[in-house]
Design a protein. Structure first.
Length: 529
């Protein structure tokens, strides 16, 4: 944890150095275990094909609350986030929009596999499948898959081989090249009877002509048939599904045509050896006990979204955008009040009856907050907080109410106001505590620097310095720009810095009425010679 960062919103009373040491040991042990016993699956695809990334949760009972597919080299956006029985596009990476879907949206038998359509080489990467189950606050990592997309397909595009493990989903490709629409799709297995693995006609799957062993396990890709894609998803594969599959289609008034032949091999993954040294590490982990595990989750589990901003910045955005379908279908017509509060239950901002309600704000947030004027139309409930101060480092909660006062939804955002650090060696001639602003200030403002013991370091007011207000230990040792309002330079020069000067320094700007307009905090670290 950096010096000057705000404390997290929970109590940590242990010695920080001990905590950091234990944290490092646990992370190192867990990382060693992961590379010794868990390996990522490799999946290969070819540009233009559809690829299935298999993932199955073993949790029984209710289906998952949410399914998260992410790529490790992307930032905070998802490849796919499925919750509330639909894909959430609000935080989906733009390159995957309308190109990914779950193989089975009903998630039958824990099937949360991902289908990536029309893959390109830019889809190369490591994908992680996470599932949030009922009663759980976070999503559990289920599977890691390395996807390799080659630019050129295999020499024979009409013949391909697919490998899968029992319980996984298998994707059997079949894409017609003729421009006419597809009327009939026939999938057969060459070593079985005359019945179909899957028969599609008259705009739907015909279950009567389907082999019994494949019923409720076969499906076509959603909305892909009109794109002449007759690829098949075989769910929950077994060893008995191994064989050669043929895909035939009828397009327009043409005859039945063989499009692709796919050889499917379903076999269990070979057992991996379990090294002796891993067992030794497991014993060491057990010795660390429940206390160490608690510390690990304390540092790695974050129940709220985090937003960081440096002290002295003009504004910070606390984001909250409601997904379009959720807003239109559930909230839009029933929303009466949107209210932001801080963790001390102080009212930060209220929107009601089509406009802001500044009279309900707490004094410390007056004239410092802003929301979208058309938030009911834009679905953007984000809050802009101007001139964030160090004291604003806390959890902010947005609550949405209907006309009866019932809470429709709630969102927590943890704001961390970071403090920049300035280092200097003792004995240097001077050190600069920087702060340049872009705002124009009138001549009646007061600029005041104080140290962490609330001693006055420097005061500028009525167009000049006020040395009479300085604390004795800072007299003749400070200097500010003579034209600081014109140059927009509120920096402070501290002469002859000593080790006793080490600590936090805060610059505050007040108007004629004594109201604080803006604030910046800087950590000065004076090192011994």
């Amino acid at each position: 944890m950096r010096i000057g960062d705000p404390s997290p919103p929970y109590n940590v009373t242990s010695n920080i150095q001990t905590v950091e040491m234990v944290r490092f040991m646990i992370v190192w042990f867990c990382w060693t275990l992961s590379i010794g016993s868990v390996s990522a699956e490799d999946v290969t695809g070819y540009s233009g094909q559809n690829v299935t990334l298999n993932c199955t949760t073993t949790t029984t009972g209710n289906k998952p609350v949410a399914v998260e597919w992410s790529r490790t080299d992307l930032e905070e956006e998802f490849v796919l986030l499925f919750r509330n029985d639909q894909i959430d596009p609000s935080i989906q990476h733009r390159s995957y929009k309308n190109r990914v879907d779950l193989a089975d949206r009903q998630m039958k038998d824990g099937n949360v596999s991902l289908v990536v359509m029309n893959v390109t080489t830019s889809d190369n990467g490591t994908y992680e499948c996470r599932v949030q189950n009922q009663g759980s606050l976070d999503a559990e990592l289920i599977r890691t898959i390395n996807l390799h997309v080659s630019l050129h397909p295999p020499p024979d595009q009409n013949n391909s081989s697919v490998k899968a493990e029992p319980g996984q989903n298998a994707f059997l490709p079949c894409k017609a090249s003729d421009p006419e629409g597809i009327q009939v799709i026939e999938w057969r297995r060459t070593d079985l009877a005359s019945d179909f693995v899957l028969l599609y006609k008259d705009g739907k799957i015909d279950p009567i002509a389907q082999l019994q062993s494949y019923k409720d396990r076969m499906d076509l890709l959603v909305n892909q048939i009109q794109k002449r894609d007759a690829s098949l998803v075989l769910q929950n594969t077994t060893i008995a599904d191994s064989g050669t599959y043929e895909c035939r289609v009828i397009q327009g008034n043409r005859e039945r045509k063989l499009i692709s032949t796919v050889s499917l091999v379903v076999a269990p993954r070979p057992a991996e050896p379990f090294p002796v040294w891993v067992i030794v590490l497991l014993v060491l982990l057990v010795l660390l006990g429940l206390a160490a595990a608690a510390l690990y989750f304390l540092f790695h589990w974050s129940p709220v979204q985090q937003v960081e901003v440096e002290s002295g910045e003009k504004f910070v955005l606390l984001p909250l955008k409601v997904p379009r379908c959720l807003w239109v279908c559930k909230y839009r017509r029933s929303v009466d009040k949107v209210e932001w509060k801080d963790e001390d239950d102080k009212t930060v901002h209220v929107y009601q009856n089509g406009s802001d309600q500044p009279g309900e704000q707490n004094q410390i947030y007056k004239d410092r907050t802003k929301m979208d004027e058309n938030l009911l139309e834009t679905k953007d409930l984000s809050l802009t907080l101007e001139w964030p101060r160090y004291g604003d480092s806390k959890i902010f909660t947005c609550s949405v109410y209907n006309r009866n006062g019932d809470k429709l939804m709630k969102k927590d955002v943890w704001l961390k106001v970071k403090v920049p650090k300035v280092e200097v060696k003792s004995g240097k001639e001077s050190v600069l505590l920087p702060w340049r602003i872009t705002e124009r200030l009138d001549g009646g403002v007061k600029v005041e620097w104080k140290d962490e013991d609330n001693r006055t370091v420097h005061v500028y007011q009525n167009g000049s310095d006020q040395p009479g207000e300085q604390n004795q230990i800072y007299r003749t040792r400070t200097k500010m720009d003579e034209n600081l309002l014109k140059n927009k330079n509120l920096s402070l020069t501290l002469k002859r810095p000593k080790e006793r000067d080490r600590g936090f320094y805060t610059c505050s700007v007040y108007n004629r009425d004594g109201d604080m307009l803006m604030e910046k905090r800087v950590l000065l670290w004076v090192k011994g010679q």
